[in-house]
Ligand binder design. Structure first.
Ligand SMILES: [Zn+2]
Length: 249
């Protein structure tokens, strides 16, 4: 995550008048000397000192503010796994791509309510493919994609988040939030799966800096029911983890 510098001293439109005030310690005695010796008329004294301040303020804004605006503003990217043409795992009438799209929308809503800037891989029922998702997450401060696991063993269960080792803490917090909301257990290292140990192998989304949250097993009837009944609750908990992460608390 990134903080935008809030220090007013960075803005030279603030700094320059201060520098100007310092210069006036030199300029004022000089002006006084010029007035005393009648080199310049007395009434110009005020105009010159005021003019220096206005000029320095204008110069600071003109020169330095465009540079500050080049600092990228942070945004959170939340994307749904698979796409409208690739359903992902399926259990009866339930398709992974559709469930995680609903989850993405719910997380987005809570993030927007908290005042964060959010980018998604589609609105409503739109779920763009992975190539779009990878493009969308570029420049984000946090990028998270939602999936559901599936296994031939119907008992397989639990929540996990796949990430690079640098995002281990956030991955664990996300899994914990989901597991608590659904009453599920954590898989891997307290909910964290190192990308190199993932059954999926190397994931494009994770290689590009994102985290993949597996919101339980669609193939497990109990976890599928928990998802359908409580996904809003889990989405709210996930959003709270992201908000805390973004705010650095
Ligand atoms: Zn998936």
């Amino acid at each position: 995550m990134k903080f935008i510098e809030q220090n007013a001293w960075q803005y030279l439109s603030v700094k320059l008048p201060a520098v100007g005030a310092f210069l006036l310690l030199v300029i004022i005695p000089l002006l006084q000397w010029l007035v005393d010796f009648e080199i310049i008329p007395k009434e110009y004294h005020g105009y010159i000192t005021g003019g220096v301040m206005v000029f320095l303020s204008w110069l600071g804004k003109k020169i330095y503010q465009p540079k500050l605006h080049q600092v990228p503003l942070g945004f959170v990217a939340v994307t749904a796994g698979h796409s409208n043409s690739d359903p992902g795992a399926v259990n009866g009438k339930f398709k992974e791509a559709e469930l995680v799209t609903k989850f993405r929308n719910a997380v987005e809503l809570y993030l927007l309510r908290a005042g964060l800037t959010v980018k998604t891989d589609g609105q409503g029922t739109i779920n763009l493919p992975l190539t779009n998702a990878i493009h969308i997450i570029r420049g984000s401060s946090t990028a998270i994609e939602f999936h559901m696991n599936a296994a031939s063993n119907k008992q397989a269960n639990g929540i996990e988040t796949i990430s690079l080792p640098k995002d281990k803490k956030l991955a664990k917090a996300l899994s914990k939030a989901v597991a608590e909301a659904f009453g599920s257990r954590l898989r891997g290292d307290e909910g964290w799966i190192d990308q190199s140990q993932s059954a999926h192998g190397k994931l494009g989304f994770v290689s590009n800096g994102g985290l993949i949250v597996e919101l339980g097993f669609i193939s497990n009837e109990a976890e599928l029911s928990a998802f359908n009944e409580k996904y809003w609750l889990a989405a709210k908990a996930v959003a709270e983890v992201i908000i805390k992460h973004e705010k650095g608390v």
